[in-house]
Design a binder for this molecule. Structure first.
Ligand code: EPZ
Length: 416
């Protein structure tokens, strides 16, 4: 079992290039099933991407990967089910459901495993697909999906702007008969990236000013070449790593506007943040200040995925910070691990009260989930002494070369 060993105390300084967005490339890989042929550029080298490619191969696609490019030719799909093992490898494999149904007219997938963030229901995915004409039967933990007639456009209101449900509707609707409107869809940049990919392949997806998404069904999608947007959450994480060490970092290949809810929080903590066309520079001197209130919200609000790395920064602040996690039921599992370093965090349901301490001390910790694991690394960079962090496979799902990038900024981190 690989782990990180981190000797805290080095001030980070330097520059790194941000990899393509995990939460963009995954739905786009699912969308390639609807195209004649796809070449995707700027793909991050992540275990979740490997898992998605394994699903595409299992379904019968020919796949070629070359550095950050993935070339997919979805031949005649040989099957339309995803076996339990592959479904469990990646929580977000449910996003393949809409694409498989649109391509094959049926699908068989196991219910996605629970997840370290609390229950991860897919009721909004299923009710939306049913509105588009899918019949779904549950059979021993498997979902048997079929389309007795054909996929037809529908008017869909999402009670919650679920990212995955929005993506599944887009994938099932883009080659359905007639028009689909999604009211109250997710508005994350990754949704726009998926829409741009689909449109480049001949789909007709429009994101209206009022946020609604209009989809006019087309016969089929063509061949397409597309480059994925940078990963705004990886970028936010590296900013927190530089900030907690009182250092500075220049991030290249970012879309600053995707991070507009993150910068003010870092500035309230005392960071100087300067943005340019496709880069962002952060400098921090001295101890961070407390952040009065961090409330995670659907985009364009503060992203839930950046909550834990920012909380690590607040652990050594000169004051008390309050976090409210409004998106996931249980996304504070990292708090107990941070407490082993001397952090003072009180959890009350969705609220976490972080009383800043002067210094953290190195400890042995376990990654509980992807972003929680990144928070442990962030805190260890500033802790006194050595930290060991195990179960780092969680981190490698979403951060390419995390230890190498941090070491290139001067961090004392090794993977063993
Ligand atoms: C996507 O997950 C991201 N994953 C998550 O990133 C991200 O945290 C989340 O969106 C919110 O931004 C990918 O894109 C692969 P949701 P998703 O559907 O689609 C509830 C990371 O660290 N819900 O918007 O699963 C759900 O339980 C990951 O990169 C239902 O109740 O998020 C959760 O509480 C973690 N019923 C909330 O909505 C449903 O049918 C948000 O879920 C669907 C969701």
């Amino acid at each position: 079992m690989a782990k990180y060993k981190i000797e805290g105390g080095s001030r980070l300084s330097g520059e790194i290039k941000i990899h393509g967005a995990k939460n963009s490339v995954l739905p786009i890989l699912a969308a390639t099933l609807l195209t004649k042929e796809s070449t995707i550029h700027n793909c991050p080298d992540l275990t979740d991407v490997v898992a998605a490619c394994n699903i595409l191969r299992y379904l019968g696609c020919a796949i070629d990967t070359q550095d950050e490019d993935i070339h997919i030719v979805p031949e005649e799909l040989s099957c339309c089910d995803i076996p339990d093992g592959l479904m469990r490898e990646m929580r977000s494999s449910v996003v393949f459901l809409g694409a498989i149904i649109a391509r094959c007219g049926k699908a068989r997938v196991s219910l996605p495993g629970g997840c370290e963030l609390g229950p991860r229901p897919i009721d909004l995915h299923l009710s939306s697909l049913e509105k588009l004409g899918v019949v779904i039967a549950e059979d021993h933990g498997y979902l048997e999906c079929s389309v007795p007639d054909k996929l037809r456009g529908a008017n869909i209101l999402l009670p919650f702007p679920s990212v995955g449900a929005t993506e599944n509707i887009m994938l099932a609707a883009c080659t359905a008969e007639g028009d689909t409107v999604i009211h109250n869809p997710a508005r994350e940049p990754e949704i726009e990236d998926l829409a741009n990919f689909l449109n480049k392949a001949g789909a007709k997806v429009t994101i209206r000013e009022n946020g609604s998404i209009y989809i006019s069904g087309v016969q089929g999608l063509t061949a397409v070449e597309y480059s994925v947007i940078p990963d705004r959450i990886a970028a936010a994480t590296y900013l927190c790593c530089a900030a907690i060490t009182g250092g500075e970092v220049l991030l290249k290949s970012v879309v600053p506007e995707h991070m507009n809810a993150i910068f003010p929080m870092l500035e309230e903590a005392g960071c100087a943040v300067m943005v340019d066309q496709d880069s962002v520079f952060l400098r921090m001197t001295g101890r961070p200040k407390a952040i009065k209130l961090v409330r995670t919200m659907p985009y364009p609000g503060f992203p839930t995925d950046a909550q834990s790395p920012l909380m690590a920064l607040s652990c050594i602040a000169t004051g008390t910070s309050v976090y409210v996690e409004n998106i996931f039921e249980s996304r504070y599992k990292h708090a107990a691990e941070l407490a082993r370093m001397g952090a003072r965090i009180n959890i009350e349901g969705r609220v976490a009260v972080v009383e800043g301490v002067e210094t953290l001390h190195g400890a042995t910790m376990v990654c509980t989930d992807l972003r929680g694991g990144a928070a442990l690394v962030t805190a260890a960079l500033a802790a006194e002494g050595m930290s060991e962090i195990t179960h780092i496979s969680h981190i490698e799902r979403g951060y390419q070369d995390f230890d190498k990038n941090l070491a290139s900024l001067g961090a004392n981190i090794v993977k063993v």
